[in-house]
Design a protein around this ligand. Structure first.
Ligand code: UD1
Length: 452
């Protein structure tokens, strides 16, 4: 059933039905078959903001049906821009942008919506976007976005929880600039790349993020007539153009969803296949899977089959900006390594508070100690099903993965996180043979028996 989003004026009370519902998993069912990977959430969200750069029709395909995408549609619509979602197609027309101010109650729930500041500023010469606020995995500051916009000639004030940016000068057009990032932030690279497409002159982004989603955004902008080179390297050059034209664009497959299914296959010692996948996007994840003993073979250029091993070997992991190991896969690998035959050290370097799933995995019998940003995982012979709480999006996926391998019944609550980022997760897993079901509340979860 589709999740119904209820927005209230107080973001803390902004709940979805998935807040009360629970996932029940009965572990130890082998998986088998094929899974179709959806469009990339992080690409789709930023490409939707990028469509504000264009005053003509934009059709975006392969957009996953997720709560975050619905929220982005709501924000874009609140800006007075036409937006329509039909299945996996989003149509937008930003000929008119009615207001330069993004609504607080939704922006505060969706980090990616802060990235709207670049396109709104480029189009209108002024943008007011609420600060994204803290989030479960870390403070996630915005100083790199602000620094870059200032270098491009914007006056940026932070007051009353709002970022107010205005382009100085009579023509209200941003100016090309040379911008060096102290850290290759994905969001800051995307914000400034978008802002630069309509700026006057050339912008050079140095130490830029190289994530596939940055390349996807660049390709989308190029398809609208933007002049961008170097996306996917650490130096991106953008020559500003006066306007962009209509586009019909398809989002790349979600590498994190693919990685999550690969780990689900590895932990249940199952042979499953996945497509579509872009091989280059999964280099680090596949290397780590090989280290734990799980082989993968390319059945077709975009289809991967996983050949599981009987045991899971330990390995060390350090999260890093792309092409390093993705922080968005750290929790899932922690679930996998908790069943390995030895000790592994997982080091989280990207976000300062992204080990909160440790406590929940411990409830399932995992032996994990945290020291600073390191988690020392000592493999155990088995996990046991338990009642656990999802703490963030990828932590939710880790709990599902652990539940698939655990003995007995796992009940996962806090599904609003999961629904932000995994399209049709239960049907996809059910099709592979997993015993998994969503129920409306805890009482139903307690009563449900999936053994028959
Ligand atoms: C994006 C992804 C997220 C992924 C992350 C890292 C989206 C919507 N989200 O998030 O899933 O986990 O990349 O791959 O695309 N930082 C600063 N100052 C800034 C900006 C960032 O210090 O101005 C820090 C952050 O606090 C964090 C690190 O840089 O510690 C990485 O953040 P960033 O790459 O910006 O991640 P997001 O774009 O927020």
């Amino acid at each position: 059933m589709e999740d119904r989003l209820i927005i209230t004026s107080n973001p803390n009370k902004s709940v979805s039905e998935s807040d009360r519902s629970a996932l029940v998993i009965w572990g130890k069912s082998p998986l088998n078959g094929h899974v179709t990977i959806s469009g990339a959430k992080n690409s789709a969200l930023v490409v939707m903001t990028g469509a504000l750069l264009c005053s003509e029709d934009c059709r975006i395909r392969n957009v996953p049906s997720l709560v975050d995408v619905k929220r982005m549609c709501q924000i874009i619509s609140a800006l007075g821009v036409k937006v329509e979602q039909n299945g996996d197609v989003v149509d937008m027309n930003a000929q008119e942008i009615g207001t330069s101010q993004a609504p607080y109650d939704i922006v505060s729930q969706l980090r990616a919506s802060f990235f709207l500041i670049g396109p709104i500023l480029a189009r209108l010469g002024e943008a007011r976007v609420p600060m994204p606020g803290g989030c479960a995995i870390g403070a996630r500051p915005i100083e790199l976005h602000v620094m870059g916009l200032q270098k491009m000639g914007a006056d940026v004030q932070l007051a009353h929880g709002m970022v107010h940016a205005r382009v100085k000068g009579s023509n209200r057009r941003l100016q090309g600039a040379r911008i060096y990032f102290d850290y290759p932030s994905v969001g800051a690279t995307e914000t400034l790349m978008m802002a630069a497409t309509l700026a006057e002159g050339e912008t050079i982004l140095e130490n830029a993020a190289q994530e596939p989603e940055v390349i996807d955004l660049a390709n989308f902008c190029i398809a609208m007539g933007a002049k961008i080179t170097g996306a996917g390297t650490n130096t991106i050059t953008i020559s500003g153009v006066p306007s962009l034209h209509r586009v019909d664009y398809s989002i790349i497959p979600d590498r994190i969803e693919a990685g999550s299914f690969l780990v689900a296959g590895a932990i249940t010692h199952s042979e499953i296949s996945l497509s579509p996948i872009v091989p280059d996007h999964l280099t680090a994840v596949l290397a780590k899977l090989r280290e734990v003993g799980t082989q993968t073979i390319w059945e077709a250029p975009d289809t991967l089959r996983i050949i599981p091993a009987n045991t899971i070997k330990p390995t060390d992991i350090e999260t890093l900006p792309y092409p390093g190991f993705p922080t968005d896969m750290q929790a899932q690998f922690m679930a996998l390594l908790s069943l390995s035959e030895g000790n592994s050290v997982i080091t989280e370097t990207v976000f300062e508070n992204r080990l909160r799933h440790v406590a929940e995995l411990q409830r399932m019998g995992a032996n994990i100690r945290v020291k600073g940003n390191n988690a020392i995982v000592t493999g155990v012979p088995f996990l046991t099903g338990a009642k656990v709480l999802a703490t963030d999006l990828r932590a939710s996926a880790a709990l599902v993965i652990a539940g698939l391998a655990a003995e007995g019944k796992t009940i996962i609550q806090g599904l609003h996180h999961l629904d932000r980022g995994y399209e049709k997760l239960e049907p996809k897993l059910q099709k592979l043979g997993a015993r998994i079901q969503r129920v409306q509340n805890e009482a139903e979860a307690e009563a449900l028996n999936l053994t028959v």
